[in-house]
Design a protein around this ligand. Sequence first.
Ligand SMILES: [Fe+2]
Length: 312
Amino acid sequence: MPVPRNKTEDDITAEVLQRFAETPDPRLRQIMLGLVKHLHAFVKEVELTEPEWFQAIEILTEAGRMCSDKRQEFILFSDTLGVSMVVDLLSHRKPDGATESTVFGPFHRLGAPELPAGGNIAHLDKTGTPTLVGGRVLDLDGKPIAGALLDVWQAQSSGLYDSQDAGLDGLHMRGKFRTDAEGRFLVRTVRPVNYPIPSDGPVGRMLRATGRHPWRPAHIHFVVSADGYEPVTTHIFDRTDEYLGSDAVFAVKDSLVCDFVRHDGTTSEAARLDIAPPFLTADFDFHLKPATGQRATVLDAQQRLAALGAAG
Ligand SMILES: [Fe+2]
């Protein structure tokens, strides 16, 4: 049948949908049809102009160029558009007592050292307040999980991650910790601070142009995993932070907010670790649910992303 020469925009949408309708994989077919349907509807709704279309191509090109093994502008776009949190909520509906997840973010790096309990991830940070974050990793019945792995990362007290700090070469504020027989872990760090997400690229320009602030409330990142359990990618947040209600990436969940308690006198644990007051402690227990089949973890994906970035 000859293709009609005078197409309307709706004819084009219908023809594109038809062209994808025979996609053999049913999930890919669903995704491609949904993508075309909504993308075309969006373009028609805002009546996208040619200059705006070119601008969008430039923005995506620039975002791609900024990506490396240290920087992920596309994750930042996804985070600031709220897409990451919608995907997170769809993927992890947890009315079951398991620790809630939140965004992975763009700052994880592979290769963090494995440290003993109480090991200091902030050994180069001379300005932050010493902080001990401790707790247990438990199953849904409250039984301790021994040998669970906590992959921890955090911004320095300057508000910069190691990868953003021109004065640093190598990893800092990162570590891997294992739970003991009672499921306990202990991380020595400095008090987390709020920080603006990187604004020297297209995401920053989007935030400025739309009157949004780039700040994230103070937090520490964790991926907690153990054999036989579903890993959780999450943060803990400081309850006193002024940006808890307006996180630039929409990642705050009430169950992840915790108290960082100030101590002006020493404790046996602080003395043992040679920490002079004042210092802070935060207690947080992670609850993992049993694994349901083989699932690709966020760290597998990170491995692939980092390899892509390093190749660029
Ligand atoms: Fe962060």
